[in-house]
Ligand binder design. Structure first.
Ligand code: NI
Length: 247
């Protein structure tokens, strides 16, 4: 209820789930009655893969889209027929809606990584709501369904964050620290050393070196794992909440 009130203050109005196609461009009207469920994702087809039975692994990429390195990554994921999850920063998504649209149209999942990547534990409830809601609308404005997953910047959470993010929280259990790696080989090594069924790898698509490492990572993982999105890995329902590190 607190969230609902905060959203009303933001002056954002619902676009009823299921109205129009996935490619409808959403323009937030100036005022009106809010339906909280509008911020949640519409139902999507069930995953073709059953990760309860098959060895799955999820590659996830945060902080983009980046105009140079994200398209490079999308090219190589497409060439290798691999799907991933992109946790976009809302301000970057708003600057590059074409890249967000491409992610979705090529089968990837788009998640929410806040509007400008603050530590949410330092914000008040209204500020947390703003970070979440603005990013949901930036993704929807790109013609992509509202994200079902939220990845807290830095993985920083407290009870207030948990209460004010009305989505599943996407954590991880493999952190290769790609942002600090000296060369692509280091990223490859760190991932392969910890790879296992049900794991979630946290990567960053704005780093050239991370993208450089992906062909070797994917070629090594693909014979052993089905590479899937977050929703496929956890088989979550729209609106489902909780914290997910791996399965
Ligand atoms: Ni991040």
């Amino acid at each position: 209820m607190i969230l609902l009130c905060a959203v009303v203050v933001l002056g954002i109005v619902a676009i009823p789930a299921g109205s129009g196609s996935d490619t409808t461009v959403v323009t937030p009207p100036p005022s009106g009655i809010v339906q909280q469920k509008s911020l949640l994702a519409p139902p999507q087809p069930k995953a073709a893969v059953n990760c309860a039975e098959v060895a799955c692994l999820a590659l996830t990429f945060d902080d983009g889209p980046d105009p140079v390195n994200t398209p490079r990554l999308l090219d190589l994921l497409r060439d290798r027929q691999v799907r991933a999850t992109f946790f976009v920063v809302g301000a970057n998504a708003a600057a590059h809606p074409d890249i967000v649209r491409r992610m979705y149209s090529e089968g990837h999942e788009v998640g929410n990584h806040s509007w400008v990547h603050p530590n949410l534990t330092k914000l008040d409830p209204a500020q947390i709501d703003d970070q979440v809601v603005r990013t949901q609308f930036a993704v929807m404005a790109a013609g992509v369904p509202a994200p079902r997953w939220f990845r807290p910047p830095y993985g920083a959470m407290n009870d207030q964050v948990r209460a004010h993010v009305p989505m599943a929280l996407a954590l991880w259990n493999i952190d290769p620290e790609d942002w600090g790696a000296k060369d692509p080989g280091q990223v490859v090594e760190r991932i392969l050393a910890r790879a296992g069924p049900g794991r979630v790898v946290d990567l960053h698509d704005m780093h050239r070196l991370t993208v450089d490492a992906m062909p070797a990572v994917i070629d090594a993982l693909k014979p052993h794992y089905t590479l899937v999105t977050m929703s496929e890995l956890f088989d979550t329902e729209p609106g489902q909440r909780g914290e997910f590190y791996g399965r």
